[in-house]
Design a protein around this ligand. Structure first.
Ligand SMILES: *[C@@H]1O[C@H](CO)[C@@H](O)[C@H](O)[C@H]1NC(C)=O
Ligand SMILES: *[C@@H]1O[C@H](CO)[C@@H](O)[C@H](O)[C@H]1NC(C)=O
Ligand SMILES: *[C@@H]1O[C@H](CO)[C@@H](O)[C@H](O)[C@H]1NC(C)=O
Ligand SMILES: *[C@@H]1O[C@H](CO)[C@@H](O)[C@H](O)[C@H]1NC(C)=O
Ligand SMILES: *[C@@H]1O[C@H](CO)[C@@H](O)[C@H](O)[C@H]1NC(C)=O
Ligand SMILES: *[C@@H]1O[C@H](CO)[C@@H](O)[C@H](O)[C@H]1NC(C)=O
Length: 318
C-alpha cells in the first residue's frame, strides 16, 4: 500500500477535488440504452458530453478502468435495483442542473496533461500521459503486460498487432517478427510466435502477418527466408510449389512437332508460353533470329544435332 501511496502522491497535488458528484453511483451500469461511446475522457467531460446531447442523453455509464463514456438515452430511477452490477462502472442520471455542480469539479484544476477521473474512493487528476509502456488504473500508471504496449497515445495498453510480439512488460512498442517469418495473431508474447515462411514463399520485411509466394521464375527450397532464388535461365524452370529449380534438358536429337506458332517471342517469353499450356512438352526458338517461338504438344527423335528444342519437365507445369 505504501508503494501505491507514493505513486498516488505524484498525482495528488491539486488533484483531490471537493466531492461534488453525489449523484454518481459506483458499481452499476444501465444496459440496453447506450447510444454512443466516447473513449479516453474523464467522468466530468462525459457528463458534459451528455448535457450537450440533451434531451437525447439522459444518463451515463462511465468505465473507470478504460475511461469509456457511455451515453444513455434513458435515465434510471433506481439503478441499484434495475442496473447491472459492474465493479468498474459509474452510473449517473444527468439532470439539467448538473452543469452547476460540475463547476466545483472543473477539469481546469488538473495540471496540463492530467484529467479529472473519479475512482471508487475519490476524484483524482491522473496523467493523460500514462505513456511509454504503462496504463492508467485507479490513478496509477501500471506497466503494460507482455504481449501489449502503449506508445503514449492512449491511456491503456493495446495488444501487439499481427506480425509483432512483446516478450517483456512495460513496453512502448512491440518487436517485429524478423524477415522470413510472420504471425497472424494479436497479443503474442514470444519470438517463437513468429512462424518461418514455408518453402516456396518468402518475406523480405520484418513485422508481417503473412509470407508471399516466390515471384515468377524464382523459387525457395528452404523455410524462413527473406528472398527467393532466381531460376530465370532459358534452360531452367520452377516447379508448381516454387520449391525447386529444374534444368530443362535441351535435346539435340529430338525435335518438337504439333503445337502452336506463338509468333515473335524472345526466349524467356517462349518458355513462359510453354509453361502456361497444359499440353506443352517443349518449345523451339528459331535459331536464325532468336524470336520465332513454337510450343509443341509432341516430339520425335531425329538425327539432327542442331535443333533448338527444349523439353519441358512435367513438374514445371503450372
Ligand atoms: C438488456 O441487456 C441484457 C444484458 O445485460 C439482456 O439480457 C436483455 O435481454 C436486454 N434487454 C433488452 C430489452 O434488450
Ligand atoms: C516516450 O518515448 C518517446 C520516444 O521513445 C520519447 O520521446 C518520450 O519522451 C517518452 N515519454 C516519456 C513520458 O517518457
Ligand atoms: C526478448 O526477446 C529478445 C529477442 O529474442 C531477447 O533478446 C530478449 O532477451 C528477450 N527478453 C526477455 C525478457 O525475455
Ligand atoms: C533480413 O534481416 C537481416 C537481419 O536484419 C538483414 O541482414 C537482411 O538484409 C534482411 N533481408 C532482407 C531481404 O531484407
Ligand atoms: C544462368 O546460368 C549460367 C550458367 O549456369 C549462370 O552462370 C548464370 O548466373 C545463370 N543466370 C541466371 C540469371 O540465373
Ligand atoms: C541468337 O542468340 C545466340 C546466342 O544466344 C547468338 O550467338 C546469335 O548471334 C543470335 N542470333 C541472332 C540472329 O541474333
Amino acid at each position: 500500500m505504501r508503494v501505491s501511496c507514493i505513486i498516488f502522491s505524484v498525482f495528488l497535488p491539486n488533484s483531490v477535488i471537493a466531492s461534488c458528484l453525489e449523484r454518481l453511483t459506483h458499481g452499476y451500469r444501465l444496459d440496453n440504452f447506450t447510444t454512443e461511446i466516447i473513449s479516453n475522457i474523464g467522468v466530468h467531460t462525459c457528463i458534459k458530453e451528455c448535457l450537450l446531447r440533451k434531451p437525447h442523453c439522459q444518463s451515463i455509464n462511465y468505465n473507470i478502468q478504460h475511461f469509456l463514456c457511455g451515453l444513455n438515452s434513458r435515465e434510471d430511477e433506481d439503478i441499484e435495483l434495475e442496473g447491472v452490477p459492474d465493479y468498474n462502472s459509474i452510473f449517473a442520471n444527468v439532470v439539467t442542473d448538473s452543469l452547476q455542480s460540475l463547476g466545483k469539479c472543473k477539469e481546469v484544476v488538473c495540471q496540463p496533461l492530467h484529467k479529472c477521473v473519479t475512482t471508487q474512493f475519490t476524484e483524482v487528476c491522473i496523467s493523460t500521459a500514462c505513456s511509454n509502456g504503462t496504463y492508467g488504473k485507479d490513478g496509477q500508471c501500471l506497466p503494460c503486460p507482455a504481449g501489449q504496449y502503449n506508445d503514449g497515445s492512449k491511456q491503456w495498453c493495446s495488444f501487439c498487432p499481427p506480425g509483432r510480439y512483446n516478450n517483456k512488460t512495460g513496453s512502448s512498442s512491440c518487436r517485429r517478427c524478423p524477415n522470413g517469418t510472420y504471425n497472424t495473431l494479436h497479443g503474442q508474447t514470444t519470438l517463437d510466435s513468429c512462424v518461418p515462411c514455408s518453402p516456396g514463399t518468402y518475406q523480405s520485411k520484418s513485422g508481417q502477418r503473412k509470407c508471399l509466394n516466390c515471384p515468377w521464375n524464382s523459387y525457395q527450397d528452404q523455410k524462413g527466408q527473406a528472398s527467393c532464388k532466381l531460376c530465370s535461365n532459358l534452360s531452367q524452370c520452377v516447379n508448381e510449389e516454387r520449391t525447386e529449380c529444374h534444368t530443362l534438358p535441351k535435346h539435340v536429337k529430338r525435335m518438337g512437332y504439333d503445337g502452336y506458332n506463338e509468333g515473335d517471342k524472345n526466349k524467356p517469353q517462349c518458355k513462359k508460353a510453354c509453361r502456361e499450356k497444359l499440353d506443352c512438352v517443349g518449345f523451339t526458338v528459331s535459331p536464325e533470329d532468336n524470336s520465332t517461338c513454337y510450343t509443341h504438344t509432341r516430339f520425335r527423335l531425329t538425327q539432327s544435332t542442331s535443333t533448338n528444342f527444349y523439353e519441358f519437365p512435367s513438374g514445371c507445369h503450372p
